[in-house]
Design a protein around this ligand. Structure first.
Ligand code: NAD
Length: 467
């Protein structure tokens, strides 16, 4: 890992600020790599999951990454323009100038996940390269075939002193987080995020942590229930729920619980009448995660929760595709109420009042996403103002993450920092303030030089005012 870092470091140190045309050329290399290699990458993701439809891999990982890369390519010239700032009095009268210039930090490390094995590497990479940096990437060991194809594709298309990849599991990840990088982007679980931040702190490496959590959806009393259930069912089905912003809990008005459950089941079964042998359905990544999700559901069932399965079918041996479990009003002790599900299960919580919903959301860790359905503007405003989450989609789910022109990131336990668009460019740049002094120096004339005369203190004290 030291050798690839040294290659990148040497190139970064000798370079200074890469001009816009060079950044666009570099981003285009990665775009060309993805366009050229999309078919083997889609195939590799299918193999890694043990079943993932090409449509999902194309939409989420190939096109999602391409959108970020193209957005950075098309905007980096404007983003990197120095911003003039107003110098302070009296220097602004004397011809002083000031500006903020955005400079590359240097070499940025990016650690990715298996659930969106390309997107979690290449979408941050777009802003990293747009900001003029070089990058060291570590794909997830749970998507090894994708990592292998990616390493080979990068080696054919992208300058070796621009992007390097290292592969391996948690030990490699731990060593990676301890490298003297200029910035580190980590996407993964909150538990590992804590370790990453601790390791990075040893070298004072700034971190962007893109973590997970339990994203809630609130179905208001004014919502069109059929639409809300249909949109939530569709969102929950994406990647079989193995998505950082997948709805994890749904708050439903108590008197409409049965109506919601019926509409949700009907919608989900409409998309997936069968799952076990359905190549359109996404499999759970491995047996460990399958057992983890099943144990969350079974514990809740064992403690008395009602569990509805959709579609209702037998488990087929050898398949890791599973129906969705709706876990209704589980008792407080259930782990499914505190641990991120990250799979095909959804907790449904009936509520009486909005206060109780807001209290419930605020009692837990800050979620990565929050969803609200309903026409009631006051209710929407209260949810937006009285809770905090990484991002929000109103009257749907997942959509805000597709905004390439707006920041994506968590808050509190769901992460820190952000990427996408202008805010992502800023995240990976150093905003350097430059002040250019005028030819005329007013300090002697103003009696500001030592030894200080009595009137300087009077002049300074006269300015200690509340206005
Ligand atoms: P994970 O935390 O288990 O692993 C993520 C990466 O960290 C892998 O590449 C792994 O090899 C590496 N790693 C493991 N131990 C490490 C260590 N000690 N130091 C440094 N790196 C280490 O997460 P996962 O199972 O791959 O992904 C699922 C989690 O990621 C979920 O919590 C999900 O919500 C979250 N996620 C967040 C986002 C987001 O954008 N916020 C996107 C996708 C997934």
């Amino acid at each position: 890992m030291q050798a690839p870092l040294a290659t990148l470091r040497q190139a970064a140190d000798g370079e200074g600020v890469a001009p816009a045309a060079e950044r666009r050329r570099r981003l285009q290399q990665v775009i060309d790599m993805l366009v050229d290699s999309h078919a083997p990458l889609v195939q590799a993701m299918d193999e890694d999951f043990g079943g993932r439809p090409a449509e999902l891999s194309l939409a989420n990982d190939i096109l999602g990454s391409l959108s970020s890369l193209k957005h950075a390519r098309d905007h980096c010239a404007a983003w990197m323009q120095p911003q003039p700032r107003q110098p302070f009095a009296p220097y602004e009268q004397l011809g002083a100038e000031a500006w903020v210039q955005y400079q590359p930090k240097g070499v940025v490390g990016i650690i990715g996940t298996w659930n969106a094995p390309l997107y979690t590497l290449l979408s941050p990479l777009a802003c990293v390269l747009g900001a003029g940096n070089r990058a060291l990437l570590k794909p997830s060991e749970l998507a090894p075939r994708t990592a292998e194809v990616l390493v080979e594709a990068f080696s054919r298309h992208v300058d070796p002193d621009l992007v390097q990849l290292v592969t391996g599991g948690p030990e490699v990840g731990a060593a990676f987080a301890g490298l003297p990088l200029d910035h580190l982007v980590f996407t993964g679980s909150t538990a590992v995020g804590r370790k990453v931040m601790e390791a990075a702190a040893q070298n004072l490496v700034p971190v962007t942590l893109e973590l997970g959590g339990k994203s809630p959806a609130v179905v208001g009393r004014s919502a069109d229930l059929a639409t809300a259930a249909w949109r939530l069912a569709l969102a929950k089905s994406v990647n079989a729920g193995q998505l950082c912003i997948s709805p994890d809990l749904v708050h439903v008005p108590r008197e409409r619980l049965e109506e919601f459950l019926g509409a949700f089941q009907e919608a989900y079964a409409g998309f997936y009448p069968r799952v076990a042998d359905n190549t359109q359905a996404v499999a759970i990544i491995n047996d460990h995660h399958l057992a983890r999700i099943e144990s969350l559901v079974e514990e809740a069932r064992g403690l008395g929760a009602r569990v509805e399965t959709v579609p209702n079918e037998e488990v087929v041996a050898g398949s890791r595709r599973r129906p969705l479990s709706l876990v209704v009003a589980p008792p407080q002790a259930c782990r499914i109420l505190s641990e991120e599900i990250f799979g095909p299960a959804l907790v449904v919580l009936p509520y009486d009042s909005l206060e109780e919903v807001i209290e419930g959301i605020n009692a837990g860790d800050r979620p990565l996403a929050l969803y609200h359905f309903g026409e009631d503007a006051q209710e929407r405003r209260r949810l937006l103002e009285q809770t905090l989450s990484g991002g929000v989609t109103l009257d749907d789910a997942l959509m805000h993450a597709a905004m390439h022109d707006a920041p994506f990131g968590g808050v509190g336990a769901s992460g820190m920092g952000r990427y996408h668009g202008w805010e992502g460019f800023q995240e990976f740049s150093h905003p350097r303030t430059v002040f250019k002094s005028p030819a005329q120096d007013p300090r002697a004339e103003w009696g500001m030089l030592p030894p200080y005369g009595g009137h300087l203190r009077e002049m300074l004290l006269a300015q200690v005012t509340p206005e």
